[in-house]
Every structure is written in C-alpha cells, then in structure tokens.
Design a protein. Structure first.
Lengths: 261, 275, 259
C-alpha cells in the first residue's frame, strides 16, 4: 500500500474563486480526445482520453463463440470485457478482474446491445474489450462512449451511436462530468447513457439522495451535454476520412469535385 | 500481410524463407535491422512512472506502481522490483482472456532477468529502513498491439518506465512513515541500461527483430540481454538449435547493435523532470 | 505459370461510381426526412416513426433513383453463393476440409467438390474416385481459390474448387485489406487492377473476402504493389484515385530504381 501520500479527500471541492478543484466551471467538460482505428489487429478500435482517463477499446467479430456452449442459435451475442490496468488507479489494483470490473462489463454490454442487430448473426459473438490504462472518475461513461466508436469503426451495422456522461452533486452544487475525487467525495453521481436513434436512456445508475425536482434537472442537464459528447464522436469518425478527401482534392484541383454539397 | 491466423499458410512460409535466403524481408529491412522504435514516457497520471513504446506495429504500455513492505530476510537492506506482463485480448485475435499464459510469463521473465542481473535497478536505494521497510516496485507491461517481438519492445518499455520513475521518498520517523516531499527518480534508481535483443532462426538463417509473420514461421528464437560491455541474460526459445559458433557470433552482434541502439534511443532523456 | 484474371463483380460497381457523393456519414446519421420521395436502401433504415431515413454504417451516402444507400467504408465479409474467395485450410478430417474464408463461419470443402464430375465415369477404381472419398488432395496451410456454393445465415458456407481459376495456389503471397475496399482495388471495369498489373508486372488475384494473392518478378516489385494496395485501401473514399495511384507508382519506381 502506498503509505506515504494518502488518498485523502479534500475538505471542499471548490476553490476560493468558485471554480472546481481542476479549474473547471460547474458546466464544463474535461478535455476530450478520441481516435479510431489505432489497433491494427482489431476489426475495429478506438482510443479515448477524457481528462486523465485513458481508455482503449477493440472489437473482434462477428466470430465463432468460445466456449461453444455460449452460442445462441437465434442471435449473436455481445460480450464486453472491461478491465483496468494495475497502475490505472492510486493503489495498485490486483491483476485479476474483480467484481466491479465484471459488473461494469455487464452494464456496458446491456447499454450497447439495443443499437445492434444481433438477430442477424446467429451463433456468433461480437467481443468488445475495454482496457482502462489510466482512470480518473467516470470510466464507465467513457467506456461506453469509446466502445460505441470501436463498434462503428468495425463497420458493424448500428442504429446509432451511444454516448454517456455523469452528472452529479458536489458540495451541494449540480455539476457535470465528475472527476475521480469529485466522484468519491461528492454527494451524488448519476451516470447516464443515451442511444441516439430513439434518444432514450440505456444506462442509468444512481447512489446518493436527491429529490424529484433534482432528478428532473439532472436528466435535462445530462441531455444537453450528451449532445456535445455525441458531436465529438461523430467528428472523430468522419474527420479521418474527410481530411484525406480534402488533402487529395487539394492536390488535384483540376479534378472536378463531385458530391461536395 | 494476411489477416492474423493461428495457422500461417504454406505459401507465406515459403515466401518468407526464400526471401530471407536472399537477405530480403518484406518490410525492406536488412537481416540485422530493427523496425522503428517510438517512445513516449510518463503518460499515465496514476502511475509513478510509465512508458508507451512501439516497435513497428507492436505496442506496449508499461506503468510503475510501488508499495512499502518488509524486505526479504536474506536481503534486509534491498528493495524489490518485479515485472509482470499481460497480453491484452485487444492486441491480437491470437490472445485470449484469462490468467497469464506461457507467452506472457516468458515475456515478463525474460525482461525481468535482463534487468535484474544487469545492475540496473539500485535495490539498495529502495531501502527505507533496514529489516523493516523497503519499496516494492511493480513494473506492469500491457501489450496493446501484437506484431511480433514483444520481448525487445517490452525491454525498452520496462527500462523507460524505470527511468521515468518519480516515487515519493519516505523516511521512517517516530510515527511511522513520513514523506520527505522529495522523489526518488530514475536518476537515483537506475544505473546500467540493459537492452534485450531477439533473433529469429529459420533453417540456418538468423535475423534480428522478427515481425509477426516471421515469428510465426520461425523455428525458434534467442533473446540476449546486454549492457554496454556485458551479456547479462540469455533465453533460447522454440524448437530451433543454435551452433556454438552462432551463439558466439550473436554475442558479438548483441554488444555491437545494442551499443548503437542505446545511443540512438538515448533513454536518459526520459528522466522525470519532477523536483 | 497460370495466367490469372481478376474477378470483377458488377455487384460492387457502386463504390467506383463517380456519381456516388463523397459525403461521409456515420451510424445514426439522418440521411433525409423526405420519406415521401425516398426509400431506404442498402445500409440504411427507417426510424420507428417512419419519418426519417438513417444510416447504419460508416460510409458514403449514395442516392440511386429514389433509393438512399450507404456504401460502407468499413466492414466484414459475408459470403454469398457465387463469390470467389481465397481460403486457408485450417483443419481437415476424412470427410471435409475446414477453411478460413475471413467470414464469421469457417467454410466447408467436401472432397467431392474438389474433383471434376464426369471424369470418374468409365473408369473402374480410377484415382478420381479415390479423391472423392478422401481428403488427401490438399493439406492444412494450403491456400485455395474457392467458389462459395451455398451460404445462408444458419449454415456454414459450402465451397468448391471446381471451376475456372479455382484451385490451389503455389508461390506468391496473400495480403488482406478491409473487404469493403475491394471494389476500389479492382476499379471501374477492372481499370485499377489492370494499371497495377501493367506497372508492377505482378500477377494479381483479388477476391471478395478482402484477400489478394500476388506474385511478381522479385520482392521489390511485390513490395511496391503491396504498398500501393494498402494506399488504395486507405484512400478508397477519395476521387481521382486511379490517376493518383498511377502517378505514385511511376514516381516510386523511379525513386527505387526498379523497372
């Protein structure tokens, strides 16, 4: 155990100037960077930096199910394996997967399944591996966001992307996108994911206490910022292709450009 | 090349061997040439040192964590440094989930031994109080993409991680451990810079840094760790056999190529800048 | 040496069609809200309220007559009867070969589908009869060009090696690209592949599961061809690709000093 620097909770989660400890406003996201196609061996892959969170996701499939008895004759199965690196957290995590990792794996799978057409691939599996290399609060939301990107990158037909974000209450104030310390020391944390084809909630967990009014406000607040996450996802998927289009059409100006609306 | 499969096709095997005979490799390297190394250090904020190393398309992320514990009774004033490796299932369809298999244990062991016997980690500097408290360092390697020769990439990754270390310095005070506010950095912990070089062998052809298809078709491999002037560990793996003359030749090659690589990588540039 | 012809399939011509807009769309993106005049085509779906057509894939938006399609940029290979594909034998038993065809299921090649019918007639105990009941002809690790006889959602694809250009490959090398990029490697009416063949003097056989067999004079030519194919795959969604690739190969040949 690291005995020297203690993982202590600060007395207040706001600075004197009213900003949060990392200098953000209440309604400010941490910096987010996404990339797709970074793992060459995978059928689809994505990488996400969300604040200090650094997460890789890779998709393999559709492929034969191992072990074979898990295969379903009428539909494909989606399996998600969420894992954290030993060095991704303050106290070194034991290498073997724990209960928390198994629970999050299940939650992420349940959250992504509605956008897939598993019934078209009976007897097969889609496997999504999520590897958290660095964690700082909100890894389950980040995992859903990055896994959806990896699925899209694999070319697996999807009704839409899925985006997720946490909203919560710290020191009595409503904030979005809780960091690790805010998550631990705050009063409430509400991770929410949305499937965009029907704009419905596909992940919702909550621990803490809030009244009905607060809950309604949290939901509206989340919806607003889920859009920002979605826009970054769309941009990430497209920009790789669009940049190349622009580069090649610049080199060949005489080539008559078609389709650019 | 063809999508990664457990079985490599006969024509691919023939293709690789017949070209190696002509000293040609598909990626246009010479027999004694490395793929490009790309290194980033201190990328994990939760770790006390880390590295992201790519060798061609092989990529390994390594992080350092520490604990304070009791020393081994026979080494009362020395800290401990352990190396672990995990072949993540994201990295290749050939890797499966589950407890570490032979390949990942071999990777960890070979990298560990290369470091351990080279006077690399100054374990005496990791002692807080004799017989009572020492640092236990965990160097954990995670394979992100697998394109052959994990051992050499892992060796550089582990070494860079140790060099980038910034471990809070503790002293044993009256009320137990106290933090001095300073850090033990790579400058204090790391002395020698051992590098491990892996050679593949097919028939009687030997070549450096096997890529994935080469690794899948080769009869066997040999990994040699060396500092600037000493060989510190050797591991032969696979079903190949090497003649005495070949081993002697590879010993020479290792010192020669290792020395050039050490200069080129200039790993001491990744020392932690922390105060 | 056998003279191989590329397998050009009309079905995939869409990708090469210069009329395809180069607008990149992603899953869930609304393609149109004008459901009166447009119908959802390949790679698209109507939303639940039937008010919008949305994309299911990352791909290029295409309007063909009154259909809206999305030509995928990424994806996996789904076998269809009649497809010619490159297969790798991964296992065999006395009644069938198990073949990896880069699809979700392994393909099955039965010995009776590896010998021409009719040849056996008129002979007593001829060798072909022997072939028909054993799996001695090919070995694990062999590369075959096969045709898909049958494939559906529930059964494993059935393969054959009887037919033009089909059978075992000797020599050369097989590389893989993303299957949706294959039409671009072939080009409109085979224009890209003809250009590649002429300039690199390599034999090329392109198949729909994303695998490409090639064999040239020496490794320098093959290396250039492999790099060119990967470049085509990564720039598959851009316009004027054939001309640019031609320029690229001519320049690279000069640079590398190969004929």
């Amino acid at each position: 155990m690291p005995l020297i620097i203690k993982d202590e909770y600060p007395e207040t989660l706001f600075r004197e100037d009213g900003k949060r400890l990392d200098g953000r406003d209440n309604n400010e996201l941490r910096p987010i960077k996404m990339e797709v196609g970074i793992i060459k061996n995978a059928d689809g892959s994505a990488y996400l930096e969300w604040g200090n969170n650094k997460i890789f996701a890779a998709v393999y499939g559709p492929r034969e199910v191992h072990p074979h008895h898990l295969a379903k004759p009428d539909k494909g199965i989606l399996r998600v394996f969420y894992r954290m690196a030993t060095f991704s957290v303050f106290d070194r995590k034991r290498p073997a997967p724990g209960r928390r990792e198994k629970e999050i794996s299940m939650i992420v799978a349940d959250c992504l399944e509605p956008v897939l057409f598993l019934e078209l691939y009976p007897g097969t599996s889609f496997e999504v591996f999520i590897e958290v290399m660095d964690a700082d609060g909100g890894t389950r939301c980040a995992s859903i966001t990055v896994a959806a990107l990896a699925l899209a990158d694999a070319g697996i037909p999807m009704k839409s992307l899925v985006s997720a974000i946490a909203v919560g209450k710290i020191d009595g104030k409503k904030v979005i996108d809780l960091s690790g310390i805010e998550d631990k020391a705050g009063e409430a944390d509400l991770p929410i994911a949305i499937t965009w084809y029907n704009e419905e909630i596909s992940l919702l967990q909550f621990d803490g206490d809030m009244d009905l009014n607060e809950m309604n406000e949290f939901l509206d607040l989340a919806k607003e910022f889920l859009k920002s996450i979605h826009n970054i996802q769309l941009d990430t998927l497209k920009s790789k292709y669009i940049k190349l289009q622009e580069k090649t059409s610049k080199n060949k100006k005489d080539e008559d450009k078609k389709g650019d609306k | 090349m063809m999508d990664v499969k457990r079985i490599i096709s006969k024509i691919e095997k023939d293709y690789i061997i017949s070209n190696l005979r002509k000293e040609e490799r598909i990626d246009n390297r010479g027999l004694w040439e490395y793929r490009e190394f790309r290194i980033k250090s201190d990328i994990i904020s939760s770790a006390e040192g880390s590295a992201d190393v790519s060798l061609g398309d092989t990529r390994i992320i390594t992080g350092l964590k520490y604990e304070v514990g009791e020393p081994f009774p026979d080494l009362p004033n020395e800290g401990v440094c352990t190396v672990m490796a995990e072949l993540l299932p994201i990295a290749s369809p050939l890797f499966e989930r589950g407890p570490p298999d032979e390949q990942s244990i071999e990777l960890a062991r070979v990298v560990d031994r290369g470091i351990r016997h080279a006077d690399c980690v100054q374990t005496k500097k990791l002692c807080i109080k004799e017989n009572e408290a020492v640092y236990i360092l965990f160097v954990d390697m995670y394979v992100i993409n697998y394109d052959g020769n994990l051992i050499d990439a892992g060796g550089v990754s582990a070494l860079t991680t140790l060099i980038s270390a910034h471990i809070p310095e503790g002293i044993m005070g009256d009320n137990g451990l106290e933090w001095t506010g300073k850090y033990l950095t790579g400058e204090i912990i790391v002395n020698e810079l051992p590098l491990v070089l892996t050679y593949g062998k097919i028939d009687d052809i030997i070549f450096l840094d096997p890529s994935l298809p080469e690794e899948l078709v080769c009869d066997g491999k040999i990994s040699i760790s060396a500092t600037e002037d000493k060989i510190t560990s050797i591991q032969k793996s696979g079903a190949a056999t090497f003649s005495i003359d070949e081993i002697k030749m590879l010993g020479n090659k290792t010192l020669e190529i290792g020395s050039k690589l050490r200069k080129k990588l200039n790993l001491l540039q990744y020392l932690s800048k922390i105060e | 040496m056998e003279d191989d012809e590329e397998s050009v399939e009309d079905e995939f011509e869409d990708f090469e069609d210069e009329e395809v807009s180069r607008e990149v769309v992603v899953p869930g993106e609304i393609l149109t809200e004008d459901v009166k005049n447009f119908l959802p085509g390949r790679g698209t779906i109507l939303n639940k309220e039937k008010t919008k057509i949305i994309s299911l894939n990352i791909g290029l938006k295409q309007i063909k007559k009154n259909y809206i399609n999305v030509i995928p940029l990424r994806g996996f290979y789904t076998p269809h009867p009649g497809d010619k594909v490159i297969a790798l034998i991964v296992d065999k038993n006395p009644v069938k070969y198990k073949c990896d065809i880069n699809a979700k299921d392994f393909g099955q090649l039965k010995p009776k589908n590896t010998v021409k019918r009719g040849k056996t007639r008129g002979f007593r105990g001829g060798s072909a009869v022997q072939d028909e009941i054993s799996t001695e002809k090919f070995d694990i690790g062999d590369i075959l060009v096969v045709k898909v006889l049958s494939a559906d959602r529930l059964n494993k694809p059935e393969l054959t090696t009887v037919g033009k250009y089909l059978g075992k490959k000797t020599g050369g090398i097989v590389i893989s690209v993303d299957p949706p990029k294959i039409p671009r490697v072939i080009g409109r009416n085979g224009s890209m592949i003809k250009m590649l063949k002429n300039l690199t003097k390599c034999n090329i056989f392109v198949t729909q599961n994303g695998r490409i067999w090639l064999k040239g004079e020496d490794i320098a030519h093959e290396r250039l061809l492999i790099e060119s194919i990967y470049k085509i795959a990564s720039e598959a969604h851009t316009v004027g690709l054939t001309d640019r690739m031609q320029e690229f190969i001519i320049n690279e040949k000069k640079k590398r000093g190969i004929e």
